[in-house]
Design a protein around this ligand. Sequence first.
Ligand code: NAD
Ligand code: GLY
Length: 362
Amino acid sequence: MASNHTLSVDLGDRSYPIYIGSGLIHQPELLTSHIRGHSALIVTNTTVAPLYLNAIENSLNSAGIRYNSIKLDDGEQYKTIESVMAIIEILLTERHDRQTTLIALGGGVVGDIAGFTASIYQRGVHFIQVPTTLLSQVDSSVGGKTGVNHPLGKNMIGAFYQPQCVIADTSTLSTLPDRELSAGLAEVIKYGLIYDASFFSWLEQNISGLMQKDNSLLAEAILVSCQTKAEIVQQDERESGIRAILNLGHTFGHAIETTMGYGNWLHGEAVATGMVMACDLSLRQGWIDDSVRQRCISLLKKCSLPVSPPPDMGIDQYMDAMAIDKKTVNGTIKFILLEALGKAIVTSDYDPELLVQTLSEC
Ligand code: NAD
Ligand code: GLY
């Protein structure tokens, strides 16, 4: 694939570009051309700052933009309203006005926190996503879901709020730990399962290269993933319908993340297991045959991802956590299930007995 790509997320006056390529954080104008005022706040964390904060600071210096930065503690357990308040405190003490821009430099945790803060600070200021994990480059930086966790439920405090642009510099993945690469691949595989059977086959063929961080394969996977996500979000920005298919495996997965304690299971790991459970329920419903479930399990295993839920998690714990899921309406839990490889549906029309079988036997 050619080195750099620009995609567009077309949402009327909330449209924005996604830049994908190697070395993009060293191209100052990509960033600064999307900053309207004269100030910015870089939101990052203690792991990412030593690696990439300098590059962002250099870009802002080159354009004479005044900036501050905040380095949050690293981890899903810090995706909290307290982190939001810490960012707001800096914005206020450093006199950032409504023209300021927040720059999210990091993975999905930083992006979700910074985006949500931008959505509420002085009723909304601009923000830019500079995702540095595979997961954030293929999923969380695109589409405008922002938010933080509550102890009782994942992502329960949040807003739809689109960034000004997404700068996905694939060279930042060189420093990503293997476990985080695998977690990102879970969301990549999700796109194949829900929307694109031929992409799923391409992943099957190229998975060992992807696991070895082959640059051009990773760039191709990011491009296809972002294209798919943009296509879905453009049809249904606020998730009143089709966008929910992007949550394949997430109802089970969020229950695992919440119950096991934020940060113990990575988001991508919980989604991987959740997708196997969704395949299992789809199979029990008679909607897919076992070869689809087996192909899913086999691909996830090749990514060193977990394919079985935590052994100590009981049915009641799932039911409690899933009752708080955002797709639950009047007590009925909706699931994203498969009708075929590459075709997902959002449904509450499943047999509750089969759900119990999936939870107890998976
Ligand atoms: P993360 O943000 O916790 O990042 C994973 C780890 O990698 C962290 O330790 C981080 O400091 C480190 N890191 C980041 N970039 C690095 C780099 N280039 N080199 C070395 N280390 C690096 O996790 P994530 O997987 O990126 O994101 C998960 C979060 O995203 C979850 O909170 C999930 O709910 C959220 N999410 C949101 C959406 C959405 O649409 N908003 C979609 C999917 C997931
Ligand atoms: N990650 C699910 C969504 O963006 O809708």
